[in-house]
Design a protein around this ligand. Structure first.
Ligand code: CA
Length: 219
């Protein structure tokens, strides 16, 4: 059974999250300190760590740094009340896989947990993504169209990956910003539009449809 370690010192929040995850079919373990989180995560036996930043003693960033410093590959989603861009960047730079600002809706947390577990646990499904004549190899970062290689920057690759994982779905600028850039960008930022233009240039302009007022869809 998939086990999720919840490191959170507010019992109200940890109980709410644990209850929800258990009813979604996961086993949970709740700890209230960074030290305990570190020990349990290093001991193995845990498939994902939900890590609050504000923990007594050793805080979440320190736990994250220690885990990554000791080579732990466990998927880590940071939970925090701090919504500043600087903290987000610090968390992602230090090796967090995702970041959820409080307050959050449980459904959002569950969606992120599922997606991080998928990435971590089923390499056969997640390392080569194919849609039509386009394929992306997540491990080698190679993209092909009809068997022909396409050169992509890291950011272009990440954006293409989001589209190819959700073909036919409209993805909003906000979703793409948070998944690809991982920052609280100014919502007025046009970085998504710029990169969609790059991808159209490389894959062909007809592949990505603009859905007015909603976002973009990979056809
Ligand atoms: Ca806390």
């Amino acid at each position: 059974m998939t086990r999720i370690l919840i490191a959170e010192d507010e019992p109200r929040i940890s109980a709410f999250v644990a209850r929800g995850l258990e009813s979604a079919g996961y086993a949970t373990t709740v700890v209230e300190s960074g030290q305990e989180a570190l020990e349990l995560a290093l001991a193995g036996d845990v498939d994902l760590l939900l890590l609050d930043v504000g923990l007594p003693g050793m805080d979440g960033f320190e736990v994250l740094a220690q885990l990554r410093g000791q080579g732990s590959p466990i998927p880590i989603i940071m939970l925090t009340a701090r919504t500043g861009t600087r903290d987000t960047v610090a968390g992602l730079d230090a090796g967090a896989n995702d970041y959820i600002p409080k307050p959050f809706k449980f459904d959002e947390l569950l969606a992120r947990v599922r997606s991080r577990l998928r990435e971590g646990s089923s390499p056969a499904d997640s390392t080569i993504i194919v849609h039509g004549d386009v394929s992306l190899s997540v491990l080698t970062r190679r993209a092909t169209v009809d068997g022909r290689g396409v050169d992509l920057s890291a950011r272009e690759f990440a954006l293409a990956e989001q589209f190819l994982r959700h073909p036919g779905q409209v993805l909003s600028r906000e979703q793409l910003l948070s998944r690809v850039w991982g920052l609280d960008f100014d919502p007025g930022s046009n970085v998504v539009d710029v990169y969609v233009r790059y991808l159209r240039g490389k894959f062909g302009s007809a592949r990505i449809e603009t859905v007015r007022g909603a976002g973009y869809r990979w056809l």
